[in-house]
Design a protein around this ligand. Structure first.
Ligand code: NAG
Ligand code: NAG
Length: 356
């Protein structure tokens, strides 16, 4: 109602400023035509555009990161290295040490060996799968690593193909899920009996569910899975994203915006993959999340309770009230987060050093 009033007032103003009524009406018609016909059709037939809008590899901030110097990003005691995930594709990885090992690492004779061998020291290891845009060095991601290292956990964070200093190829769902599985195996081979937990955020929850279902089906499940601000599948995510809100009521919305993604290999069907994830799951979601609406995370939780086997490990859902303003990427600010994580590990009977 208010919107319509604003449009009408705007058109009246143009007219008032001496632009001919005919021009105003024609202009308005053209804007509507472009918005509701040209843009959707262009999107529908353009797989390149769809992939770029989902993965957003071109949104890159902060600029000028030297990935070899994580200490410049506030992460001393961090090693940068590269893992080849398939022929000619390599991904950039950071291994962020638990806080209590930072000083010891400084004194180590061989840094590479020290980092490599520290992974099996019984402290939990968290493999972080980030959401779309930018890199492993984005401030809200770095703040989460800092919180986890302060809890004395290892964090391993990497950039999928197409992002940051990883190989410059256009990502696909299969490709980045593969990257996640290979980095997981790299860590798994080194952790011994330490807990190994996969933590996904946003689009990274889609990667996590897909990758962890592979891990579980191949008999190499992680110790637990934490999903921060997840969606149930990419179709619903796009349906409820603020950017598509003006198109949502169009009769051909599904055909225009949703079906082409699937034919383009972008599904992220977490609500199906989760059926195979027989490992404890913790879901975190803020009620004021606009990018991935709270409702979608809750939907994933409800579906998971129905479709996971009866004897599957526990699944917990933790919501955060809007009044805190954590929105899509600031759940790390919740003062009770460490307690939530510890309690989840406890209830899932995951062994963590009681001194932590
Ligand atoms: C550290 O250890 C690695 C692996 O064993 C070896 O390749 C490297 O040359 C060593 N570096 C130094 C400075 O000794
Ligand atoms: C890294 O750790 C693994 C497993 O603990 C070990 O087999 C390997 O030799 C180590 N490599 C280096 C370079 O220290």
């Amino acid at each position: 109602m208010i919107k319509r009033f604003i449009y009408a007032a705007f058109l009246a103003a143009l007219w008032h400023w001496g632009i001919e009524l005919k021009t105003v009406l024609l202009g308005g018609f053209l804007v509507l035509l472009v918005t509701y016909t040209v843009v959707p059709l262009f999107y529908h037939y353009n797989g390149w555009l769809q992939r770029h809008l989902v993965f957003l590899t071109f949104v890159n901030y902060p600029k000028g990161i030297d990935f070899d110097k994580p200490e410049n990003e506030g992460l001393p005691g961090t090693r940068n290295f590269y893992v080849e995930t398939e022929d000619n594709i390599r991904v950039g990885v950071w291994h962020i040490l638990p806080a209590s090992l930072i000083d010891t690492a400084e004194a180590a004779e061989n840094r590479t060996e020290f980092f490599n061998n520290s992974l099996c020291d019984d402290r939990p290891v968290l493999l972080y799968l980030h959401g779309n845009t930018a890199s492993r060095a984005v401030p809200h991601r770095v703040e989460l690593y800092k919180l986890l290292r302060k809890m004395d956990y290892h964090v391993v964070a990497f950039d999928y193909r197409g992002y940051a200093d990883s190989s410059k190829v256009v990502p696909t769902e299969t490709g980045i899920v593969h990257d996640a599985c290979v980095v997981y195996r790299y860590v798994k081979e080194r952790v011994g009996t330490s807990p190994l937990v996969v933590w996904g955020h946003s689009l990274g929850t889609g990667v996590s569910c897909h990758a962890v279902s592979h891990m579980c089906l191949s008999g190499e499940p992680p110790t637990a899975l934490i999903l921060e601000s997840p969606f149930n599948n990419i179709k619903d995510e796009i349906r409820y994203h603020p950017l598509t809100s003006i198109f949502r009521k169009m009769p051909k919305f599904e055909w225009l915006f949703l079906t082409p993604l699937s034919s383009n290999g972008i599904d992220f069907r977490s609500d199906e993959h989760i059926a195979h994830i027989n490992t404890p799951i913790l879901i975190l979601h803020a009620e004021d999340d606009l990018v991935v609406p709270y409702m979608l995370g809750h939907k994933l939780y409800e579906v998971a309770k129905k479709i996971r086997p009866k004897d599957a490990d526990l699944i917990q859902f933790k919501g955060f009230e809007s009044k805190h303003g954590y929105a899509h990427k600031f759940i790390y600010m919740a003062p009770e987060l460490p307690q939530i994580i510890r309690q989840f590990f406890n209830e899932a009977k995951i062994k963590i050093d009681s001194s932590n």
